[in-house]
Design a protein around this ligand. Structure first.
Ligand code: ZN
Length: 133
């Protein structure tokens, strides 16, 4: 059984047969899902940027999550058209009182590059979708 390098708990393999139950960083350290969220939040605070996954749920709402989905935001999404005819999805969400912005290009990838803006949030942005094309 694998052990999380952060909380040192043993990681049980989920029953679903396709997920590993853990994440691995570039140095090969293994993290349990809750620690993946802690680590990703620390990255957000430190770097002011993070790569997340922007996906549409079955009910049509959008989610912005880290790899094991242990960290999840409900962003406001605006779909527009990119210069080269590729769809682009801009999204906004709030993390620790600041507005973050992210962008994903095309429908073949879920990867969204997210950055902290300087703007503090007074309102909660959650889960609306605006179509622009
Ligand atoms: Zn852990």
């Amino acid at each position: 059984m694998k052990t999380c390098s952060m909380c040192h708990k043993q990681i049980e393999k989920p029953d679903d047969n396709f997920s590993s139950g853990h994440g691995i960083d570039i140095e090969g350290n293994i993290f349990c899902y809750p620690c993946c969220a802690i680590k990703d939040k620390a990255t957000m605070r430190k770097n002011g940027s993070i790569t997340l996954y922007l996906t549409k749920d079955k009910d049509g709402t959008w989610s912005l999550t880290n790899f094991p989905a242990s960290l999840s935001f409900k962003p406001t999404v605006i779909r527009g058209r990119h210069n080269w005819g590729i769809k682009r999805y801009d999204c906004w969400f709030i993390f620790e009182g600041f507005i973050w912005w992210g962008v994903k290009y095309g429908d073949n990838s879920d990867v969204a590059y997210c950055k902290k803006t300087k703007q503090k949030s007074r309102y909660s942005l959650s889960g609306s979708f605006i179509e622009r094309c």
